[in-house]
Design a protein around this ligand. Structure first.
Ligand code: ATR
Length: 290
């Protein structure tokens, strides 16, 4: 006889390759316990050559999942193989959150929403007034930059300046995300920072405590905020520089936590909060692993 738990327990996944490093099981596990929900969220490593089969088994219900998260290297394939990507995933060409609806695999990308929600929580009013300059500078034009460029544009920033070591990749961002996006080579950074109200690092510069180039953040507008999507360490060398120059900063950990919210709500039916206890749990894990 089947265990009745098998049919009642909602099961969600995070898939990637590798996926061991993912902190998503810790985040969703915290919320499942907090709400007392009978659910499971587990890491499920899938090699690239088996990802199509994984998606088929998700759709047919064979795997028993209600949905899940997708990380590197499957985000583009998840979008491509989904039945119903939303507008966000469509424009990005990548998905990080999947769920089943009437036998269809639906897909979205929550990275941009996570990015905005982190700033909203940690630095309310960060986007400035509707009539203010609202100029953003995004450093980097890789996979991680896309969702941020899209989110910042959609929050009403009039100018989004993408600065990248390889200019052609910044130009690709302009072609994808439209006329409010401007592409620049690295050397243009000081100049484009003039009067900027937001600076975001989306590159690996400063990750794991490595040095990053010196940046003069004092060129930004007086209320300009500096943030980094790198969260190991929490205060990256770019954020440290910004702090030393008296700028308000927001670290990147909250983006990881907030991007998880919409998925949890889809799969388990409750909207979770990003609270201090969750943040402390992940910080303790970061310290234990370092
Ligand atoms: P991700 O998906 O994490 O964004 P990616 O697609 O490889 O990874 O993009 C990495 C980004 O960091 C790119 O913008 C990359 O610049 P290039 O497009 O010129 O490669 C940037 N990057 C990585 N190392 C860098 C370095 N040492 N100096 C400047 N930019 C760097």
């Amino acid at each position: 006889m089947r265990d009745s738990r098998e049919t009642l327990t909602k099961k969600a996944f995070v898939t990637g390759f590798p996926v061991k490093h993912s902190r998503s099981p810790m985040i969703h596990g915290y919320w499942l316990r907090q709400f007392g929900i009978d659910g499971i969220y587990q890491a499920h490593a899938v090699e690239p050559e088996h990802f199509t089969l994984f998606m088929q088994q998700l759709k047919s219900g064979e795997s028993g999942y209600v949905g899940g998260n997708v990380t590197i290297p499957h985000k583009e394939a998840a979008y491509r193989l989904s039945d119903k990507p939303d507008e966000i995933a469509e424009e990005l060409g990548a998905a990080n959150t999947l769920w089943l609806e009437e036998g269809k695999v639906c897909a979205t990308n929550t990275d941009g929403r996570g990015f905005l929600a982190n700033l909203d929580q940690c630095h309310p009013g960060w986007e400035g007034h509707e009539n203010s300059a609202r100029r953003a500078v995004i450093l980097g034009a890789g996979g991680a930059a896309r969702a941020i460029i899209q989110a910042v544009r959609d929050r009403g920033f009039r100018e989004v300046h993408v600065v990248n070591r390889t200019l052609s990749r910044a130009e690709e961002m302009r072609d994808r995300f439209g006329p409010r996006i401007h592409a620049h080579p690295m050397g243009a950074l000081p100049e484009v920072l003039d009067g900027a109200t937001l600076f975001v690092n989306t590159t690996s510069l400063g990750m794991d405590g490595e040095a990053a180039p010196a940046i003069d953040f004092t060129r930004m507008a007086a209320e300009g905020v500096v943030t980094d999507i790198v969260y190991v360490p929490l205060i990256t060398s770019l954020l440290r520089q910004a702090l030393e120059q008296g700028r308000p900063v927001v670290d990147g950990l909250g983006m990881l936590l907030h991007q998880a919210v919409p998925g949890f709500e889809k799969w388990f039916g409750r909207r979770p909060e990003v609270d201090d206890t969750l943040r402390a749990l992940i910080i303790a894990d970061m310290e234990a692993r370092s």
